[in-house]
Ligand binder design. Structure first.
Ligand SMILES: [Fe+2]
Length: 239
């Protein structure tokens, strides 16, 4: 079972697929790569739109796509990629943005140093709100913040996702390996936006990870993905 926890496949809602035709092509490519289930996570920016308006748009995009889905396409679950903002702290409506059937919200950090204020705010979300955070593409923040600052974030009660594409480039691959060794990586995602920017190579990513961390490592990652989708606590961490 191959699960993609992070994608931008819904038509016309963010900087991902521009229309239904592109969405179908993206899903064709997922089917070719053997992906069974994909979580659709369009960008949500709380400073630009209301949660309810976003959900209306997201559901409409999905309804437009539905008649064009093929039997071989992966199953789609709805979610969102929620960009951090201090105004999210205490806003219980964020739970509406969780991955369908779960309390897990895919959470994008700002592209800057992860300051004490930011970590403190995320800690309030984790400790005092009824949601769980899956931090999106954690390797990317290392372009903006130090490993120790990122560690402070990941040492909170959160889980982390890395992008498949980052395993294909040597510099970002090293960062991913270090994050895995530190126990910060729990799920994979394609973060697929456009058909002309291929990044659905989950099968190749599996080979790279199993070669580095031993056969069965990716089974554990997929087991984690299933547990996330069942809204359960994760039983496997690479340490
Ligand atoms: Fe994304």
């Amino acid at each position: 079972m191959i699960i993609d926890m992070h994608s931008h496949i819904l038509p016309g809602i963010d900087d991902g697929s521009r229309n239904v035709e592109e969405s179908v092509k993206l899903l064709d490519s997922f089917a070719e790569r053997g992906i069974d289930l994909v979580v659709a996570t369009p960008h949500f920016y709380c400073e630009e739109q209301s949660i309810n308006r976003f959900l209306e748009k997201r559901n409409k995009a999905y309804e437009e796509l539905k008649p064009h889905l093929k039997p071989e396409h992966p199953k789609i679950l709805l979610g969102a990629e929620v960009l951090y903002s201090p105004i999210l702290v205490g806003n219980d409506d964020i739970s509406k943005l969780a991955i369908e059937g779960t309390d897990f919200v895919l959470f994008e950090m700002p592209y800057q140093r992860l300051t004490e204020d930011i970590i403190e705010n995320v800690s309030k979300i984790v400790n005092f709100m009824d949601i769980k955070l899956l931090i999106a593409h954690i390797e990317r923040y290392l372009y903006f913040t130090s490993f120790s600052e990122l560690s402070e974030l990941m040492d909170l009660d959160v889980i982390g996702q890395i992008n498949v594409k980052s395993l294909m480039k040597s510099s970002s691959k090293r960062a991913c390996f270090k994050l895995i060794k530190n126990g910060y990586v729990h799920a994979l995602g394609t973060d697929y936006h456009r058909i002309d920017r291929p990044c659905s190579h989950v099968d190749e990513a599996y080979k790279i990870l199993d070669k580095k961390f031993g056969e069965g490592y990716t089974d554990h990652l997929m087991h984690n993905a299933l547990e996330i989708l069942k809204n359960e606590s994760l039983s496997y961490f690479y340490r």
